[in-house]
Design a protein around this ligand. Structure first.
Ligand code: PGA
Length: 251
């Protein structure tokens, strides 16, 4: 049985005051014991969040990390080893906003993924198609190429210690959600792609769905056989909503 995970991607949101408020509200949530709960604050607030959630079963991750695992001369970047030192256990790799707005391509993402794992961080690899690609019938092709670039370079076994988030770009922050069946179809294809190389890894890896998940649609999405939880953007900034999504994953 895969243990569900719900992760909140705070993106570029927050001030010291609003983060303090959010931490305080998260601390009051009744979180289900059967679900791994994580938050990904902006790097600036990682220390504050790690201090603030001490003693709660909430993991903290970063939204991005450097292509090199150890600290060094790389202006503006944060090394995975520094994130581990701060107390992070996870890092997002290849979120669509970084692929699209920052121009991150597979070659860089492979290095980020490997550098993170080399330090013991769990990479959460984000993959997903644009609306144009979906309408052209290319969803599986696109997602499979994004996943395949990591498998080809690093091998399938790296997914024994990683998480994959399927996030259709057209569903991120738009209020449009993939239907549970649309999401399930892609999740099943992702698992099949992994299974073709290593069935044990495929059965064990957690596949999260992301894209306008809310408490109102979470139960149905998380009820699908290959959806093991969610990567939550907007709704993770509201502690009550986020808590309800975590409970949906526990059902
Ligand atoms: P959203 O974002 O929940 O606001 O759609 C999800 C994500 O980008 O991780």
């Amino acid at each position: 049985m895969r243990r569900p995970m719900v992760a909140g991607n705070w993106k570029m949101h927050g001030t010291r005051a609003s983060v303090a408020e959010l931490i305080n509200s998260l601390g009051h949530l009744a979180l289900p014991s059967g679900v791994d709960v994580a938050v990904f604050p902006p790097s600036l607030f990682i220390n504050q969040v790690i201090d603030g959630v001490k003693g709660k079963s909430i993991s903290v991750g970063a939204q991005n990390s450097a292509v090199e695992s150890e600290q060094g001369a790389l202006t503006g970047e944060i090394a995975p080893s520094q994130l581990v030192d701060a107390g992070c256990s996870l890092v997002l790799v290849g979120h669509s906003e970084r692929r699209q707005i920052m121009g991150e391509q597979d070659a860089v993402l492979i290095r980020k993924f490997a550098a993170a794992q080399a330090c013991g961080l769990i990479p959460v690899l984000c993959i997903g198609e644009t609306l144009e690609q979906r309408e052209a019938g290319k969803t599986i092709e696109v997602v499979s190429a994004q996943l395949g670039s990591i498998i080809d370079e690093l091998g399938v076994d790296v997914f024994a210690k990683a998480v994959i988030a399927y996030e259709p770009v057209w569903a991120i922050g738009t209020g449009l959600t993939a239907s549970p069946q649309q999401a399930q179809d892609v999740h099943a294809a992702i698992r099949a792609q992994l299974a073709a190389k290593n069935s044990e890894v495929a059965q064990g890896v957690r596949l999260l769905y992301g894209g306008s998940v809310k408490a109102a649609n979470a139960v149905e999405l998380f009820g699908m056989p290959d959806i093991d939880g969610g990567l939550i953007g907007g709704a993770s900034l509201n502690a009550d909503e986020f808590g309800a999504i975590c409970r949906a994953a526990g059902n």
